[in-house]
Design a protein around this ligand. Structure first.
Ligand code: GLV
Ligand code: MG
Length: 348
């Protein structure tokens, strides 16, 4: 374990200093695109205006014979666009793949100054973060990169879930973490072929009632509740952000919304969008509800210094609910800065 005094020192001479705080960014959806497809690259200028983060995917879903084209396509789209406040991320191949070293070295060499975050799949423990951390510092120094490139881990192996708290705290370069329900299901031996979402057989059956002999009610439960909650605790404790990952059934907009919303209520900042319809869902779900925001603002106004106890609409408020209100109001302000229509709805 590195001593606290050493934790924030650059890992290579000439590398930028690690950040003490994460940049404050609205990241409601991380929008995945396959960068080897020219038609998708052509959509990037318009996409920059509608999403919070654009991610060029190099890993799963990119065929082995297109890995090189995807990397080149990502470098091209990064060079040819100005991203402004929209985040530019890439998901590189996993650390035991034959492609990952070139993914990292070529992307940092060519567009390292534009890249905000590298998403690292299949992270098993803090050692994976330490490896990428050191390599990025060396490359940043070599290519005179001015700001540190952050790391976002995907939580998608049983070993990774076991080590989640250590992964979250592995480096000041950690931006956050996403649930990877497809790989995680496979790694754990879960019996589902779905990418995220529930399963009709996973639920609780009410007790039989011998007196009335009525039909027993079956209530579907959330397969991902435990993992998302564990991930949120690990991330919040380390001061980084948690995200729901992918929802694979593009035809089930309501199901997607319900999963995203659960993760939002539990503490996640955003989710992946794999299809344009999911951008709209994520925008709605990860922007706080107008009525919640208005109530939160009343709490903040009712307790200007954040201490004491007041009643609002019959509900007790104190220092703790003031903090809850601040979480919601701060997020609403971030949304409002980006979206004038939402600013108006919130009454800012
Ligand atoms: C995402 O990468 C997943 O495995 O669900
Ligand atoms: Mg995966």
């Amino acid at each position: 374990m590195k001593l606290p005094r050493q934790f924030f020192k650059p890992l290579a001479i000439g590398a930028p200093s690690p950040l003490h705080e994460l940049p404050v960014q609205l990241e409601r959806m991380i929008h995945f695109i396959p960068p080897h497809i020219e038609k998708m690259r052509a959509k990037v200028p318009d996409m920059i205006k509608t999403v919070d983060v654009i991610l060029g995917n190099l890993e799963d879903a990119i065929p082995a014979n297109a890995k090189h084209a995807a990397r080149e396509g990502f470098i091209e789209l990064a060079k040819n666009n100005e991203f402004g406040e929209t985040g530019l991320w890439t998901r590189i191949n996993c650390l035991n793949s034959p492609w990952v070293l070139d993914d990292i070295t070529e992307i940092v060499a060519q567009v390292g100054d534009k890249l905000d975050v590298i998403m690292l799949p299949k992270v098993e423990g803090p050692w994976d973060i330490h490896y990428l951390d050191q390599l990025l510092a060396q490359l940043e120094a070599r290519h005179s990169i001015k700001k540190p490139i952050l790391i976002h881990a995907i939580l998608e192996t049983a070993e990774g879930v076991n080590n989640v708290a250590d992964i979250a705290a592995a480096s000041p370069r950690m931006h956050g973490m996403s649930l990877g329900p497809a790989d995680l299901a496979a790694s754990r031996g879960m019996k589902t072929t779905r990418v995220g979402g529930g399963h009709p057989f996973y639920g609780v059956l009410s007790d039989p009632d011998e007196d009335t002999n009525t039909t027993r009610q079956f209530q579907q439960q959330d397969l991902w509740h435990y993992t998302v909650a564990k991930m949120v605790d690990a991330c919040a404790a380390a001061g980084i952000k948690a995200f729901y990952g992918p929802f694979g059934d593009f035809s089930d907009l309501e199901g997607c919304k319900a999963q995203f919303r659960n993760s939002f209520l539990l503490g996640c900042a955003g989710a992946w969008s794999l299809h344009p319809s999911q951008i709209t869902i994520a925008k709605e779900v990860f922007s706080p509800d107008v009525n919640e925001v208005k109530f939160a603002l009343r709490i903040l106004e009712g307790m200007p210094d954040g201490t004491g106890a007041v009643m609002i609409d019959g509900k007790m408020q104190d220092d703790a609910t003031w903090k809850q209100a601040k979480v919601i109001a701060d997020l609403a302000r971030l949304v409002a800065d980006k979206d004038p229509a939402m600013a108006k709805n919130y009454g800012f």
